[in-house]
Design a protein around this ligand. Sequence first.
Ligand SMILES: [Zn+2]
Ligand SMILES: [Zn+2]
Length: 339
Amino acid sequence: MLAVVKDRKGPGFAVKDVPVPSPAQDEVLVRVRAVGICGTDLTIIEGKRDVPIPLIPGHEFAGEVVEVGSAVEGFRVGDRVTSSLIVSCGECQYCRQGMEILCDRIKEIGIHINGAFAEYVVVPQKTLVALPQNLTFEDGASMDPIASAYRAVCKALVGPEDVVVVFGPGPIGLYALQVALAKGAAKVLCFGTKPDSIRLKVAEKLGAVTGVASDEIGCVSVVRDTTGGRMADVAIDATGSVSALSACTRVLRKNGRVCIVGIPHDAAIVTLAEVVRKELRLYGSFCYTLPEFRASLQLLENGSVVTEPVISHRLPLRDFEEALDLIYRREAVKVMLIP
Ligand SMILES: [Zn+2]
Ligand SMILES: [Zn+2]
């Protein structure tokens, strides 16, 4: 089968033929019908993230079951499926308390074990979820960023009448704004930088008030004007960098909540007096649990969240390099590969 293989330390990859894997007792072989490229995949391809070599990356996927292990129950050949990327041990303290994302022995599909930048992928049964009939494979392959956004919105306690500010109009930001509206948020604002113009147009189409965050003072005044001086209840930082964190605290009213989703690697400068005086709450949100994955799938099923405006490009798997170019040139929002 054709696969994208991270076959070396440092930057680079190969697109080549590799054997089709076979499922163990509790695993399922899935014919991949759509797989999205994520920021995490880029850090793997660039060699910035340590992974076992060789590795087939790719964790945002959906497809059809083509073979099931002898102990698998509830799935059969021909089923349309999507999958969570977290393979947790189910035994450690975090797993027992329903915090599988903090599992001491966590494995992630496409990061620690082979993923879906290939024609076929082997998946443990426990991470598989049936794809409802009214959803496409591309919907299924969008579940990872949708569920990540869902967890962040839930952690930030977004509810009716809230004004929510999303920094970063990438796929997670664009799904966070949809989930926030689905949770009844009265208004969502979305800020990006100048090169984000295509993404901000998508945010606008999805119902957000948008702005270019050239500086913090600019963001604060847009939020002040839009809320009649009341300011926002929730700020979600989906930029993946530390640049917006200070603005997150400044656009909030008293008792506001900040939620950081995505993984900023640098140190941030935040005026803690803002946090103390306004009694702000700060949450980190990492990935999602299986119940959150299922709840997000429902939002997709009932049409509260849509993928079509977020998916900007579709390419065959063998054009992986071209797909990367589209992302680096910031022409793409979400690229789907069709193996
Ligand atoms: Zn992802
Ligand atoms: Zn565990």
